[in-house]
Ligand binder design. Structure first.
Ligand SMILES: Nc1ncnc2c1ncn2[C@@H]1O[C@H](COP(=O)(O)OP(=O)(O)O)[C@@H](O)[C@H]1O
Ligand SMILES: [Mg+2]
Length: 332
């Protein structure tokens, strides 16, 4: 796993009402071996050998080896819910645990959902099967040609995922999930996740070489970082996908950010998944992203000059304006 690619641009994280002091939980460190504290008795003697860790905005992620009590070992992906400011987020640990379990049972036959191997509540750790993957946005930045080759097939798969989210309300037990009521018309409720978006989607490596031809087979698609599961109109799930596709150029590198949303990318997404949503759902999602993103720019990296922040703000404004226009042009 290329750890460098797991860094994300630092945000200035406001301490929310859920943040807790860190004293009850030590940051995990590379090179250490941890005896895991799990609820299940038979796993009591499992250990984690941590190889590397990267601090992201909301969590520390890393890779290591899970050494099971029976002597078997397994490479694993580890997430500890301590944010960049050092505050802990016990609620994130729980939501991600629930999301991973619900997603595995609902979507596990269509996409790869990394298995949740262990939860250590003491250390605030979720431990997943490590999957060799490249995220869709990494591929766009590293090999745009390959991105476009797989993109139509990916959209077809995402349409299947939406159908499955809609079907899941009767196929999986969703009785304990919160229901989000929205003030727009809907053809029905679907399973959804806070983290359901294109940046939490990738391809299992290695990518098959297509020698310049269009591939006819999609590499296995991986979805992760689902976070909190809930029920909401199906139009919201599709809107999260479409708007996040529209936001793929957001951020770094600046050359992409300045271009604004990629209209061809959006048009193709509209062709495959556009009918799953409508204008009200897209505008609601866009409004949410607008609030979230402007807070992020406001607080971006204390050391960044105000001039730079003003620049980012105006590029961001224009970007979201273009995305809003695209929505207006495609939806009544
Ligand atoms: N099971 C996994 N195996 C390998 N890499 C993973 C796995 N899950 C996530 N990743 C990688 O780690 C990155 C960060 O994980 P993610 O759960 O999305 O964290 P965040 O909540 O900070 O967005 C992902 O973009 C992906 O590249
Ligand atoms: Mg993520």
């Amino acid at each position: 796993m290329n750890l460098r690619s797991l860094r994300n641009p630092p945000l200035n994280i406001a301490r929310g009402k859920h943040a807790e002091a860190t004293q009850d939980c030590r940051m995990i460190m590379p090179g250490r071996r941890y005896h895991l504290e799990t609820a299940a008795d038979e796993r009591k003697n499992d250990r984690l050998l941590l190889k590397s860790v990267i601090q992201r905005n909301w969590s520390r992620v890393g890779s290591g080896v899970l050494e099971k009590a029976d002597g078997k070992t397994e490479p694993c992906f580890v997430k500890q819910y301590i944010d960049r400011t050092g505050a802990t987020h016990r609620d994130h640990l729980r939501y991600e645990h629930d999301g991973a379990q619900v997603a595995a049972s609902a979507l596990g036959e269509i996409v790869i959902v990394p298995a949740l191997l262990l939860k250590d509540e003491q250390r605030l750790l979720n431990i997943f099967t490590q999957v060799e993957l490249i995220t869709v946005d990494e591929l766009l930045r590293e090999d745009e040609h390959a991105f476009w080759q797989y993109y139509p097939l990916l959209l077809e798969r995402l349409a299947d995922v939406l159908a499955q989210l809609e079907a899941s309300t009767s196929l999986v037990d969703t009785s304990s999930l919160p229901v989000k009521v929205r003030d727009y018309r809907s053809r029905g409720l679907a399973l959804n996740f806070k983290g359901f978006e294109i940046r939490n989607t990738g391809y299992h490596l290695p990518l098959t070489s297509c020698n310049g031809n269009s591939p006819t087979i999609l590499p296995p698609v991986v979805m992760f970082d689902f976070v909190r599961p809930y029920l909401a109109p199906i139009e919201e799930a599709a809107a999260k996908l479409l708007i996040s596709i529209g936001l793929l150029n957001w951020g770094k590198p600046l050359s992409r950010f300045i271009k604004g949303p990629d209209i061809d990318m959006l048009d193709m997404a509209h062709h495959y998944i556009g009918d799953w949503t409508h204008r009200e759902a897209l505008e609601a999602e866009l409004a949410m992203q607008r609030g979230f993103r402007f807070d992020a720019i406001k607080g971006a990296n204390r050391s960044e000059s105000s001039l730079k922040k003003i620049g980012l703000r105006s590029i961001g404004h224009r970007y979201l304006g273009q995305l809003g226009k695209w929505v207006e042009n495609h939806y009544e």
